[in-house]
Design a protein around this ligand. Sequence first.
Ligand SMILES: Nc1ncnc2c1ncn2[C@@H]1O[C@H](COP(=O)(O)OP(=O)(O)OP(=O)(O)O)[C@@H](O)[C@H]1O
Ligand SMILES: O=P(O)(O)OC[C@H]1O[C@H](OP(=O)(O)OP(=O)(O)O)[C@H](O)[C@@H]1O
Ligand SMILES: [Mg+2]
Length: 278
Amino acid sequence: MLRIAVPNKGTLSETAGAMLAEAGYSGRRDPKELIVADPRNDVEFFYLRPRDIATYVGSGALDVGITGRDLLLDSHSGATEVDVLDFGSSTFRFAGPPDRFGGLPDLEGVRVATSYDGLVSDFLARHGVSATVVRLDGAVESAVRLGVADAVADVVETGTTLRKQGLEIFGPVILESNAVLIANGDPEGLTTLRRRLQGVIVAHRYVLMDYDLPAELIDQATAVAPGFESPTVSPLRDGGWVAVRVMVPRAETNQIMDRLYELGARAILVSAIHAARI
Ligand SMILES: Nc1ncnc2c1ncn2[C@@H]1O[C@H](COP(=O)(O)OP(=O)(O)OP(=O)(O)O)[C@@H](O)[C@H]1O
Ligand SMILES: O=P(O)(O)OC[C@H]1O[C@H](OP(=O)(O)OP(=O)(O)O)[C@H](O)[C@@H]1O
Ligand SMILES: [Mg+2]
C-alpha cells in the first residue's frame, strides 16, 4: 500500500486534494480527518503540514508526498522531487526597503528574516555572503518595519504583500518553486500515481479539437495543430473532406481555431478532456 502525504492546510492543500480526487482517489470528506485509507486504489493518505511532508517522506515513514519545492529544499530531507505539478508556482526572493539594497553583496552582515532558514542559509553560503538569518514562522514582511530584520526572504506570488509593506525585491531569484511530487526511492505504486497525476495535468492543459477539412489541406493544418503525437484523420462520406481530431494546448485554443478556420477548416468543435493517459 502506497503511503501518500498530502498538505492538510495552506495554499497547496485545496488544489492537491482536488487533483487527487480528479485522479480517481477517494480523499477526505472532513477537513479534520488526518489519515484516510483508500483500499480500492491501494493507497493511504496522511494529511500533514506542507512544511513537514518532506521530513516524513525523507525519513521513509511515508513513501510519497505533495509539497512545495521550496519546502523540500528548506527541509534538507533525503526525499527527491519526481514530478512537477501544475500548481503552487511562486518565486523565492529577497526584499528590503527601497534604495537600501542594490544586490546580494549588500546583505553582508545584515539580518534577513525568513520562514525558510535552510533555503536562505544555503543560498547565502553558496554565494559567499555572511548574514544573520532570523527565523520567523510567517508574515515575515512585517519584520523590517518592526525592526527585527533589515531585509526579508520570502515566497512571492503577485508581490502584493511586499508592496503593502513598502518593500522592494532585490538581488537574484533564490528559487523558482512549484508544487511537486516527492518520493523516497521508487516505492511500489509510484508509477501508477505519477501516471494518474500526469493524466490530470494533461486534462487541464489540453483540449480536444475536432474539425472537418478539405483533404488536400491536411499537411498545412497539421503544421498549425500537430497534436501530441499525430492527429487522427478519418475519411468523410464526401471523399474530398476529412475529419481531424487533435489535442491542442487549452491556452492556445482560440488562436488555433482562427488559423484553422482561415485555412478552410469548418465545424471546429472543442471539448474538454476529463481524464488522460498519454
Ligand atoms: N501565494 C502563496 N503564498 C504562500 N505560499 C505559496 C503561495 N503560492 C505558492 N505557495 C507555496 O505554498 C507552500 C507554502 O505552504 P504553506 O502551508 O506555508 O502555505 P501557507 O498558505 O503559507 O500556509 P500558512 O498559513 O501555514 O502559512 C510553498 O511551497 C509555497 O511556495
Ligand atoms: O506575492 P503575494 O501574492 O502577496 O503572495 C506571497 C505571500 O503569501 C504568503 O503569505 P501567507 O498568506 O501564506 O502568510 P504567511 O507569510 O504567514 O505564510 C507568502 O508568505 C507571502 O507573504
Ligand atoms: Mg504562508
